[in-house]
Design a protein around this ligand. Structure first.
Ligand code: NAI
Ligand code: MN
Length: 369
């Protein structure tokens, strides 16, 4: 057995969705990093709604079998190097020399890193216009390619960011979803005199709430949901008012309080919400949407144009890891408020079940590897 064969014979455990509905912990060969990659020994990973969607076959982008997981951190245990063989290996769709804001040059074995799951080509229109998150050749780690629910994973060097000592492991696990919140708020812009409304107090809505109130310090923040337990969390995560729209009509409430929202973020993503948001918005307001529903929303042009509303969408994140790391270093946001459960990765089936089916008591779930 030569050296390469010896390394390849090392087996590791990975959480694999074999096909929709079938999740297994598989024994696989340890991955070998290519010249532009790092290998990470995963320490912790967060469960996200999209992991559940891949399991149920309702994520249109996933290919099977798939190692899921796109929210993770770990320690660099090997760095890919140039070899003669790599010249033949190079995937020509991807440009390894394009602008990078990561720490790739200074990263070394033993460093603790988080990984931005957005792998982009660097050359298409979206990449050249600062939106690698919607790259023509977009490949999301844990969705289009194998992810971080694994003892080891190889990722492009430029996707790894050093975790500062001041940021706890648990908090670092939430950098990716906070980058989603950073992206939508960067798209819509946020001003201190904004009257903001967030629809939905799930993990994403709550992270957006923290960012709006504690980073941008909006004047007034209303969060809506249909579960009182989630609304209680909203109040702990920056909301001034938490409204259960199962019992109370939002439009009537705003009318009564004489409030017109200037910034509306839809983190519940039912197709009916956009129309309501357009109705309640103040003149010159911005609306941010992030849903993936395939159903139509019925909206009226006149209501948008007469108030000159701006509607922004947001997908994943465009290079928002550095700013989120900065927020965490400065203690502006409090990821620890969102983590309700922690499991060993071997209990993945129980963990996914609790995450999916117990929204009253469960928000973010972290897996230990
Ligand atoms: P989640 O399902 O945990 O949270 C949604 C919350 O909205 C729940 O608490 C639910 O009770 C509440 N809700 C449902 N209908 C509502 C309504 N009509 N009004 C007010 N609240 C309502 O989901 P999570 O993980 O927080 O994600 C939120 C949404 O954002 C999902 O639709 C997800 O697909 C999407 N998403 C989009 C991303 C992007 O990059 N564009 C990234 C991550 C999530
Ligand atoms: Mn996620």
């Amino acid at each position: 057995m030569n050296n390469i064969e010896k390394i390849k014979s090392i087996k590791i455990k990975s959480i694999v969705v074999i096909k929709p509905g079938q999740l297994e912990i598989e024994s696989r060969d340890i991955p070998i990093p290519k010249y532009d990659e790092l290998r990470i020994k995963v320490m912790y990973a967060g469960i996200c709604g999209s992991d559940v969607h891949i399991l149920h076959g309702s994520n249109p982008f996933a290919k099977y079998p798939r190692v899921i997981g796109h929210e993770f951190l770990g320690v660099i245990d090997q760095i890919g190097e140039h070899s003669l063989d790599d010249n033949h290996d190079h995937d020509s769709d991807f440009d390894s020399n394009f602008d990078s804001t990561s720490n790739e040059i200074s990263l070394k074995i033993g460093d603790k890193v988080v990984v931005d799951p957005v792998v982009s080509c660097g050359r298409c229109y979206a990449c050249l216009h600062d939106k690698p998150n919607v790259c023509e050749h977009l490949s999301v780690i844990g969705v289009h390619q194998d992810g971080g629910f694994s003892e080891y994973v190889c990722v492009p060097k430029r996707n790894a960011y050093l975790v500062p000592k001041r940021v706890s492991d648990q908090n670092a696990c939430l950098i990716e979803p906070f980058a989603v919140a950073a992206n939508i708020t960067s798209n819509t812009k946020v001003y201190p005199d904004d009257i903001a409304i967030i629809y939905g107090a799930g993990p994403i809505g709550l992270m957006v709430a923290q960012v709006l109130k504690w980073v941008y310090k909006v004047e007034h923040l209303i969060v809506t949901d249909r579960l009182d337990e989630r609304l209680k969390m909203a109040l702990a995560n920056g909301a001034d008012v938490a409204l259960n729209t199962q019992n109370e009509d939002l439009e009537a409430y705003l009318h009564k309080m004489k409030i017109k929202p200037t910034l509306i973020i839809d983190a519940a993503c039912h197709p009916s919400i956009l129309n309501e948001a357009i109705n309640i918005a103040a003149p010159a307001a911005r609306i941010g949407i992030m849903g993936f529903s395939g159903d139509a929303s019925s909206i009226i042009q006149q209501k948008i144009t007469s108030k000159e509303l701006s509607i922004y969408s947001s997908r994943l994140n465009s290079k928002k890891f550095p700013i989120v790391i900065e927020w965490m270093t400065q203690n502006l946001i409090k990821p620890e408020l969102l983590v309700t459960h922690q499991f060993d990765y071997q209990d993945i089936k129980v963990a996914m079940d609790i995450f999916e089916n117990h929204p009253k008591s469960c928000c973010k779930v972290i897996l230990n590897f």
